[in-house]
Design a protein around this ligand. Sequence first.
Ligand code: GCV
Length: 700
Amino acid sequence: MTGDTQRSTAAPHAAWLPDGAFAALGSRRVVVAGDGALTGTVAEEVAAATARFGGAFSRLEVGDAVADAELVLTLSPAETSPAASSPADHGEDTDESFRFTREAGAVVVQARTDAGLLRGLFHVVRLGEAAFDGPDADETHAPATDLRMLDHWDNVDVHPTMGQVERGYSGGSIFYDNGFVRSDLSRVERYARLLAAVGINRVAINNVNVHEHEAHLLTDDLGDVVRIAAVFRRWGIRVHLSVSFASPILLGGLGTSDPLDQDVAHWWVRAAARVWDAIPDFGGFVVKADSEGQPGPFAYGRTHADGANMLAAAVEPYDGLIHWRAFVYNHRQDWRDRSTDRARAAFDHFHPLDGTFSDNVIVQVKYGPLDFQVREPVSPVLAAMPHTRIALELQITQEYTGQQKHAVYLGPQWSQILGFRFWEPTGRDGGSPTVADLATGRGKAAEDPGTGTWRKPAGGFAAVSNVGDDEFWTGHPFAQANLYAYGRLCWDPTLDPATLLDEWVGLTFPGAPDAVRQAVHTVLDRSWETYEQYTAPLGVGFMVRPGHHYGPDVDGYEYTPWGTYHFADRDGIGVDRTVRTGTGYAGQYPSPWRETYESLSTCPDELLLFFHHVPYTHVLHSGTTVIQHIYDTHFEGVERVEAMIAAWSDVSTLVDPRLSERVAERFAEQLHSATEWRDQISAYFLRKSGIPDELGRTIY
Ligand code: GCV
């Protein structure tokens, strides 16, 4: 089905690919050599840039003599490959690797595949003049993982409570409009180009909560998926679909979706055959099962491995993947029941299944055990399944981090998660595997430190997109930096988030004075920490308004079935998740973290209330009490927002006025909201504890 009611009329913002980002490349003599569809895309980009900036473009065959070129983008001659012919200083050879050499200012980008050539093109764009200016170089670049995915929570229909995009804060969907797949997919094309430039290579195009209409994308509406896949294909991106586990019932008229039922298995085999027949490079299915009302194998007394493996068998002939989400918990918990702990759920369900999933199943694990809070410990599931392909799931859309009304740069949070080590040595330079290693199968992850056995090929990265049909793509223009950083961290998880901000600023505001770059740093560098300061303290999580999850509501979830409680009373606050006296969650970690989190004397301050219930007078490692910390951080958080606004106002006239206007509007709301958070949280805890602020500030 198609519709013509494209809502947004303004041309979308160019994000990190304005014309100016191509100035260095476009003003040079450039040769593109080779065939393949993506080489065609590279050639079109170069042709457009050189036409715009006065350079010269020629298209040659691989191996043709090249005279006088300043940049050659070429597929490798058959006898060489990037890995075979150069030092692998940025990684191993993969289908997307490329070799970058510079000799006396002349640059050659060489790749074994056209996908690698496309990655190489955008590497040159990112470097700008530095691509040509530096000393001689010979580098091979390769992604840390082949699986660099974005998940869209977009609905075809406008859902009565969740809208067109579940947890979307950037207008409507770029794919769907009020019940239809858009006939004009030009916006999707621009999006695909932006994603290609940061290295994303897979996109799941519909919500993991698969409602009735959306389920039909798998069958009757497959033609629309074919159209979307054709757009992404031009940019080296494969499409995936979220599917309902109940599809055989919903779409096939069967009486069951029991994964061990032969008719069910055959139905999926036929469904998969139709999909790959229509889209030969289709990626696979994403499944949210037995979670928040979605159907799953539990209804038939089967395990999640039974469910996932049945689907895996259906897609296996096409090298298809099943991304099976580990976000499984009881959302109908009795709040009176102190023995049930939602944080335990994913580990309890999935750890016993380690080693039983098929090779083409990827268990997709949210970074924390709850739900994308501003601060959570890293999910122990990531360490607990050495014989399973694991993907790390992040959330770019800012559901719990200010909903793209607040400027919050998530790069530092992700970098911290990616660099976390479950085993000793745990320090930043330690030798044990990082979370990034576990998700990419690289580095020290090949051997499981717990068992000494080999891990399967890894599952890579997935994250929930923050994009919509908004003029600036992401609501808050600065939220573009999160999408940018995610793509780049998927390619190389060791990149420094502050450096990525520099890259983003350089591309997005080409030619802007250095003051703009500095102001963006002042606003964003510590913005994650700032948001944490004025919202839920010390890892306690969830103090948001139920449903839409924006703004403070300390007790909003306290007496609900959702399993997210803080247990504040007049004496203290926090959740006892210790093994000794609490829910036992701390015991899901390998040593040394299980001991570190278990003990009050070693638990890090920022996670104290996630693991322990303590009196308000408990003294933190920082030397202050819990209650005084709550007051201090909330006041400081608002002051920091004021400083962010001041820093930006100094440079706001130096950039596009529409962008400045949007940023100003968002800052006004952020300040209003941060103030509301400060006053409500401080007042709540003053009233609960009766302990005054040592500094005597106004608390209501
Ligand atoms: C798509 C949270 C969000 C839901 C989301 C869910 C998930 O609970 O609030 O909107 O559903 O996570 O990740 O499946």
